[in-house]
Design a protein around this ligand. Sequence first.
Ligand SMILES: C[S@@+](CC[C@H](N)C(=O)[O-])C[C@H]1O[C@@H](n2cnc3c(N)ncnc32)[C@H](O)[C@@H]1O
Length: 213
Amino acid sequence: MPQPTNERIEAYFDEHARGYDREMGFFERFVLGHQRHWAVAQAHGEVLEIAVGTGLNLPLYPNDARVLGIDLSEQMLEKARARANAAGIASRVEVRRGDMQALELPDASVDAVVSTYTFCTVPDPFTASREAFRVLRPGGLIIVVEHGPSSRSWVLACQRLLDPLSIRFQADHITRDPLPYLTEAGFHVRTAERAGFAGIVHRAVASKPTQSS
Ligand SMILES: C[S@@+](CC[C@H](N)C(=O)[O-])C[C@H]1O[C@@H](n2cnc3c(N)ncnc32)[C@H](O)[C@@H]1O
């Protein structure tokens, strides 16, 4: 199965940016549940949101978070910028084009990384996770909310059937488990839990070890 490239993903999300919030709202209401408050409440200080999309998380961050959001799609970023302006938080939010597999940030420069529904789309999730690890300061947290393999066997069987179509037409891997990407990069997983319909949402908090941990 050919994997979507950055160019293909950018083109897909540029084309679908207009309807993204509506479509995502439907899935969050009926399948994924509302996980965004949980994710952003744990992000403080200098925060990097990888693949920020239309910025649905941006208005929810605590006031002490200064957020840099990056994404491949300019059309998605346009919506994120407009959302930050409308919410009156533009002074502590910056969004710009960037690739989460090759972050243009120095080592150990952020306090937290947030990722919601992104590892399913990125071409190389191992590289993306290693990049998040590199830019986090020791002791910093990565907070992820991803859809992944269901804990119910019949739902997982359906997901496996649908996966090739979803990858091909939506650049979306619906059965990726985010935890192996985190542990392979060197993160210590602090909490990992399931949520949403049939446990298809994988929520985790992991930290970059300090020298003493
Ligand atoms: C399903 S959307 C999730 C958007 C947002 N995180 C949310 O929670 O609504 C996936 C996003 O990942 C972005 N993306 C995919 N690969 C990327 C990459 N390599 N670097 C940055 N953004 C990427 C897409 O452009 C798209 O906006």
